[in-house]
Design a protein around this ligand. Structure first.
Ligand code: FES
Length: 121
């Protein structure tokens, strides 16, 4: 289980495109693991696989359990901690039910050791 973090509170980097919001320090995300972050408009789950970082809504599409309390496997499979649905953390796509709806993904940007996320339109 992973605790929910607050977004880092430092000044914004100047080269971050519009729409991106700082979510966390990269160092706060386990090297192969998950971090739940309470953002102003949504709760986000950040997944890290070494140098790869992904972000998606922190609610399972089956029954809204926080995905950040699940498990991230080394192959990128994200497992919901309640009923065991699995998703591809790279795309949010459902791999195994009971969930039948993909997770909403966020765009991710890393700047100066910070993770920024932007909801995809
Ligand atoms: S809440 Fe995730 S599988 Fe049911």
């Amino acid at each position: 289980m992973t605790d929910v973090a607050r977004p880092a509170d430092a000044t914004d980097a100047t080269d971050v495109p519009p729409g991106f919001e700082r979510a966390a320090r990269l160092d706060d995300v386990p090297a192969t693991g998950l971090l739940g972050v309470e953002m102003p408009r949504d709760r986000v789950c950040i997944a890290r696989l070494g140098d790869e970082v992904y972000a998606f809504e922190d609610r399972c599409s089956h029954a809204l359990y926080p995905m950040s309390r699940g498990e991230l496997r080394a192959d990128g499979t994200l497992v919901c901690g309640w009923h065991g649905a699995t998703f591809d953390c790279r795309t949010g796509a459902v791999c195994r039910g009971p969930a039948s709806i993909d997770l909403q993904q966020y765009d991710v940007l890393i700047r100066d050791g910070d993770v920024y996320v932007r909801l995809r339109s």
